[in-house]
Design a protein around this ligand. Sequence first.
Ligand code: ADE
Length: 504
Amino acid sequence: MGSTALLTVVLAGVLLWIPTIHADNHGAKNDEKHLCICENDKGTCKNETCRGGVCFYTWVQGREERGCFSESIREQCSGSFEGFFVHCCRGHKCNAFVTPPPNNSGEPTTTPPEPPRSELWIAVSLLLLLTTVSVCLVLFLRYRHATCRLRDPEDHDAAMVKVPSGDEPTYGEIFDEFCTSGSGTGLPYLVQRTMARQISLVACVGKGRYGEVWRGTWMGESVAVKIFSSRDEQSWFRETEIYNTVQLRHDNILGFIASDMTSKNSSTQLWLVTHFHELGSLYDFLQYSSLEPESCLKMCLSVACGLVHLHTEIVSSQEKPAIAHRDLKSRNILVKRNGQCCIADLGLAVIHSQSHDYLDVGNNPRVGTKRYMAPEVLDENIRVDVFESYKQTDIWALGLVFWEITRRTIVNGIAEEYRPPFFDLVPSDPSFEEMKKVVCVDQQRPSLHNRLHSHPILSAIVKIMKECWYQNPTARLTALRVKKTLSKLDLDSDYSIEKLKRDI
Ligand code: ADE
């Protein structure tokens, strides 16, 4: 990717930040000398004017903004690159008629007031400083880019990386440029913000209590935008925190791109931007698709791999705490084009590190989905101060997800209709008490069709499910054990296919 393009996104982040500083601070009183023209699409202007120490005009890849900010950050004024232009002035509505220069790299087309000589020197020095920093940044990123590729060659979803045109970066490439080691997490905050604000929403693909999910486009690529309902803002904070502080890039965890919070007409909009998977959730997929046993195995194994990655603490340089999901279900799993799945929605997750000795359960008032709640959650006997307890509830839910997948798997020419777990025992949207009666008091488990026992893969998955559903949470399998058992089946089925081919 062209480093200029990356620089474009970074600097756009810095420039787009300027109006926020103003909006956030509303300027110190002694700063509010000048009445400036205020124009932006974020709804932060009042009567199209604002007051501040400096009036500004920015032009970022065709998007114009006018506003004001405090004297103390006027150094943000210097800068004009290909694709950007920023101009500041002092005086009554002095930013009213500024427009970008024809080649957007020179002086503005209106003549700003002549700056005093000392300020000219400061401006020139700052421009020189900015140029030097930019050159160093480009060289540094090139170096990092090379080392990152060596370190982690499979780190992005190849299906998502396509170059729409010329020198534009894909988000996979932007991640690669910033491919951060050590604390390596999301993109810098300002870059996330800039990317999020360049997204066009195309179609709503999901709606629920949580809010909405949209397909959007960014630089010609599809992205998913989850817009959180205001009552679920704690889930946005938690998911944003986790994606930005934990190294979570994994084939079977939904890929994060950006988080953004905007304020419009005094209401807050919370966005989470992720990879888009056109097959939608596992729940949607199972409504209209049936599977061969090998595809069923591949799906189950991929979910188990995602869960192992979440549950495992890593203590090497690519450090990662252990995470328990707490709301695993088919609606929170997405189906990828390669037949694997990835786990989404970390809004309720708990984080644990043995090496750093902490358990962070967050402060989300939300609870998991009742239908998928483990017996110890329903009878409120779960040990909330022990991290292992949360992993054990994920395993219960994992067994239920496997059950949903196996119902749709064709054995002896038969697949069952899609049904949610306990469909025959509780009504839709069951209450806590209804679930507790079935799962804790009567100790019922989902029923398993006879056909599953006549296929080696399916009968092995049935055995796993049963071991995920022990009443005693400590007796359940671990995610790693589930993964290992399924991996072995995968090898065996590859082996038998190869053997079959040879025999033929
Ligand atoms: N529904 C929820 N999240 C989605 C995503 N990332 N891609 C496609 N559909 C989704």
